[in-house]
Design a binder for this molecule. Structure first.
Ligand code: LLP
Length: 404
């Protein structure tokens, strides 16, 4: 995304035109950015030839998943809904892994019927249930077992998953118990050890620690795993201060880990693939002056983009038309929802804004639309994909008649 003639543009398509033609709030995705992320990811991990399963929870748009699938990606899903969407998008069941701490019997049954690659179980009870359902169907099912490596991912506490106080995976002791249980169960094959320590990880060291923990466990058991699923979590740069994860160092650590092992690596990246390809286009409804600042009241709200309200996330926020005049007052960008947490960002020295101006909230491709809701009975935004000069509607704006 850059300014061409002072107009913010995605691949030469100017966002002002889009806002005027399609209305706001609108999620706009850049195909070229998505492709760049995919190729970059593949290039950096080429030497270990992993199976890369896109974390569908980060973005559930069927058209985007379909574009991603064309690069050979599989999918990481966490519900039967996501599994259906991945299949509809053309992802082969042979490349689908199913994660999550609370899969229901129906979900397990659906996954078995669809013959997906792996069901990654997260508790003894779940393993027992998978075995029971598989026996009923007279099938042998490949499963993974998620280890809780008790590793601090050094990310926000709300998106940390790999410490012992987190609900995810099983501890080392239970891990061995389940290996033994699986040995004596006829209908399951324990093929994979999986881990995922958190999201938006910017430092490769927690990954190194995690690999050490996994390595030690593998040394202590004679069980052979066909796959090691390392999850996702690769962090991206949201603001100038955020550096991004060093893939090269992570890849090197994995290469070391794989020495004398015959396993195939699985990754489940979401944010690193789709995060910076999405922009939320929104319009200034009103500007309200207060003593110390001005409230810029947007037509996008926390229901459209939940990350700031939920995690205190900061997204780069830009004017769609650039001007030189700087506002004397600090701006607080807020939505119209009746919650004090319905605010996006506070910015000093932003350019002078007028009512009806357009604003772009950047890097919202991951956990933007997928976390949106109908709170305050607001309809969900339109999604469009910009591919070269072409604009494609990839999800229609919800209508009130869909809701009422
Ligand atoms: N695999 C598993 C088992 C996961 O739980 C997640 C994310 C991923 C893969 C993908 O992680 P990624 O590569 O996207 O970091 N809503 C939060 C993020 C929650 C992540 C949940 N799990 C946010 O907006 O930052």
């Amino acid at each position: 995304m850059k300014y061409l003639n002072k107009k913010l543009s995605i691949d030469k398509v100017n966002l002002l035109k889009i806002a005027k033609k399609y209305g706001t709030p609108t999620y706009c995705y850049s195909y070229s950015r998505l492709k760049e992320n995919i190729l970059n990811f593949k290039k950096n991990f080429k030497s270990i030839s992993p199976l890369i399963c896109f974390a569908v929870k980060s973005n559930t748009n069927v058209h985007l998943i379909n574009e991603i699938s064309k690069f050979g990606f599989g999918a990481d899903v966490v519900s039967v809904g996501e599994m259906m969407m991945a299949l509809k998008a053309g992802i082969s069941p042979k490349k689908i892994v199913f994660s999550g701490v609370g899969k229901t019997t129906n979900e397990i049954s659906y996954a078995i019927d669809k013959k997906i690659l792996l069901i990654n179980a997260e508790s003894k009870s779940e393993v027992v249930e998978i075995n029971r359902v598989a026996r009923q169907k007279n099938k042998i099912v490949k499963i993974g077992l998620r280890l809780n490596p008790n590793t601090d991912a050094k990310t926000l506490s709300q998106i940390s998953t790999g410490k012992k106080e987190n609900k995810f995976g099983v501890n080392e002791k239970t891990f061995y118990e389940i290996i033994n249980y699986c040995k004596n169960s006829q209908n399951i094959n324990l093929n994979c050890l999986s881990v995922h320590i958190g999201s938006q990880i910017l430092d490769h060291k927690p990954y190194e620690k995690m690999l050490k923990v996994v390595d030690n466990i593998l040394k202590k058991t004679s069980h052979e795993f066909e796959y090691i699923d390392l999850g996702g979590g690769m962090g991206i740069s949201y603001t100038n201060e955020n550096k991004k994860l060093n893939y090269k160092k992570y890849n090197l650590a994995i290469k070391k880990f794989l020495k004398n092992k015959q396993c195939k690596i699985i990754f489940e990246p979401g944010r690193s693939i789709i995060g910076n390809s999405g922009t939320l286009l929104t319009k200034v409804i009103y500007i309200k002056d207060s003593e110390s600042k001005k409230f810029i009241i947007l037509d996008a709200a926390m229901n459209d983009l939940m990350r700031p309200a939920l995690y205190g996330a900061i997204h780069t926020t830009l004017p769609v038309i650039k001007s030189r005049k700087v506002s004397k007052k600090t701006y607080e960008f807020v939505g119209p929802i009746c919650e004090s947490t319905d605010k996006f960002v506070i910015i000093k020295n932003f350019q002078e804004l007028q009512e009806k101006d357009y604003i772009a909230i950047c890097d919202v491709g991951a956990y933007g639309m997928s976390l949106s809701s109908n709170y305050n009975l607001r309809t969900k935004p339109l999604e469009i994909l910009i591919k070269k000069n072409k604009i494609k509607i990839i999800r229609k704006r919800q209508k009130h008649k869909d809701l009422i």
